[in-house]
Write a protein that binds this ligand. Structure first.
Ligand SMILES: *Cc1c(COP(=O)(O)O)cnc(C)c1O
Ligand code: SF4
Length: 462
């Protein structure tokens, strides 16, 4: 076979995609217009006021009445009703910043990727997969003290608080994060120093622990003193080499980085202390769609870069938000452009109330193939499944067995739970009618799962 069948000579001469160079730089077009002026409640608000963390937190929308007050006639009355009913079946309370609200295209709210993530609508909710569980990751089961999950050998997840600046519909920690909803009464993990002391004592007592994820909740909601206290306590332990503060803040209220100097200074002090101790202190954030990145995000990241703070991104794959190669390529390029390293893309966890957002494993693995090779390897995220039952994160491609008919994938996790099998299930709506019907019969369900486990055993033996 001649080589030019594999690689057309023209591509070699022109360089990759030379014909669509403009498409390759569109990720640099970051919005700097007065987009919030289209929202009646913010129409008279100047940029100086809108771009402050105080305005953003004071005007945060937490119920449908406030949503209607902010938007007025920009959204139809039927939309508010749809959200009102949607919230009754939602695991997360409503909380959205004026900034995000202004970035939604209110001419087509049902198609908007930001609306989809923060405002549940009853008309799009679908019934849960029979295998869904609250706390599907068994974070509470792997907790030696409340608010600390120790699953992997050398790293642990510390949850200092249970609130965030916004609430994402699909939050994995809907068992604890945010206010109670009609669907879920939450485990309370308030920001109490005594509970933290128990966590610190445990971390100090386990010499194998080197790496602590400070999540929640969201580090944005910790006070400056708390950021510093937690950082100094952890860096002061001889076993701890790496800490990460997890915050969605850069994606939802980037203004805070620019106007809450006390908070950023506290974070910077911890990063600098880490540097002096030759330890690693970074920030992990969470963007899901290129529209979440604007001029103000770029300014905020400029500040982080000046202070030498490394930022990585964890993305959640969601239907109607980022479940296609073009959107994910654009997201990865835009993040890279402002110095955020794309780290993970998570398949949506098997939690109730957000089945409309989950994708099949196949969808995500196909997107991965298009993203890999698009930019630098260190800016190419791994697509991971956090397995139900506490097997931990697995590379999506590493399944032992995957039946696209029944939508069952089987994983192993030899370094976390050797010998155990872990399952991931495609949403029923992505299956053909016949296997979908089988899922509604309990005995058939068991048989499909047993068949998948048998096949996985055969495969790994073979
Ligand atoms: C995700 C996670 C971590 C960190 O894992 P990385 O793969 O290093 O990002 C640690 N502990 C728990 C329980 C986690 O879920
Ligand atoms: S910011 Fe993170 S922890 Fe908070 S609701 Fe969203 S996904 Fe959950």
């Amino acid at each position: 076979m001649s080589l030019d069948i594999l690689e057309p000579a023209s591509a070699v001469e022109k360089g990759p995609d030379a014909t669509s160079a403009s498409g390759l730089v569109s990720h640099r077009d970051l919005r700097r217009d007065d987009y919030w002026h289209r929202i009646p409640a913010y129409a008279a608000v100047g940029a100086d006021e809108f771009h402050t963390h105080t305005f953003q937190s004071r005007q945060t929308v937490t119920n449908v009445r406030q949503l209607r007050e902010a938007l007025g006639g920009v959204a139809p009355e039927t939309f508010y009703q749809d959200v009102l009913v949607g919230l009754k079946n939602a695991p997360m309370a409503l909380r959205i910043s004026p900034y995000l609200l202004s970035l939604i295209n209110w001419e087509e709210p049902y198609r908007d990727p930001i609306r989809t993530q923060f405002l549940p609508v009853a008309s799009e909710q679908s019934s849960n997969h029979p295998e869904l569980r609250l706390d599907s990751l068994h974070e509470q089961k792997d907790s030696p003290v409340p608010g600390l999950t120790h699953r992997y050998p050398d790293k642990a997840l510390f949850l200092p608080l249970d609130s965030c600046p916004v609430y994402c519909r699909f939050c994995t920690r809907s068992y604890a994060v945010g206010g109670d909803t009609e669907l879920v009464e939450k485990v309370k993990l308030s920001a109490r120093v005594q509970r933290w002391e128990d966590a610190f004592a445990y971390i100090a007592s386990r010499p194998e622990l080197e790496d602590i994820v400070i999540s929640g909740g969201d580090a944005y909601n910790l006070k400056a003193e708390q950021i510093q206290l937690i950082g100094e306590r952890l860096l002061g332990m001889s076993n701890i080499r790496r800490i990460r503060y997890a915050t969605k803040g850069l994606a939802v209220v980037p203004q805070k980085i620019l106007t809450d100097t006390g908070w950023l200074d506290a974070l910077t002090r911890v990063v600098e202390l880490g540097r002096r101790l030759h330890k690693d202190v970074v920030v992990h954030t969470h963007f899901n769609h290129p529209n979440e990145i604007t001029g103000v995000t770029q300014d905020a990241m400029g500040r982080m870069t000046e202070r030498g703070i490394t930022v990585r991104c964890q993305t959640v794959l969601q239907t109607g938000v980022n479940d296609n190669p073009t959107t994910m390529q654009q997201l990865v390029r835009r993040l890279s452009y402002i110095n955020i390293h794309p780290y993970y893309v998570y398949f949506l966890d098997m939690v109730p109330g957000v089945e409309d957002l989950r994708t099949s494993l196949e969808t995500g693995l196909n997107i991965e193939k298009h993203v890999r090779g698009h930019t630098a390897g260190f800016n190419t995220p791994s697509f991971v499944v956090d397995t139900m039952g506490g097997g931990g994160k697995r590379d999506g491609h590493s399944y032992e067995y995957y039946n696209r008919e029944t939508g069952i994938a089987v994983f192993t996790s030899p370094s976390v739970k050797p010998g155990a099998w872990f399952l991931y299930f495609d949403p029923l709506r992505t299956l053909h009618p016949e296997p979908r019907a089988r899922w509604l019969v309990a005995s058939e369900r068991r048989r499909m799962v047993e068949d998948a486990l048998c096949a996985a055993r055969d495969q790994t033996r073979g």
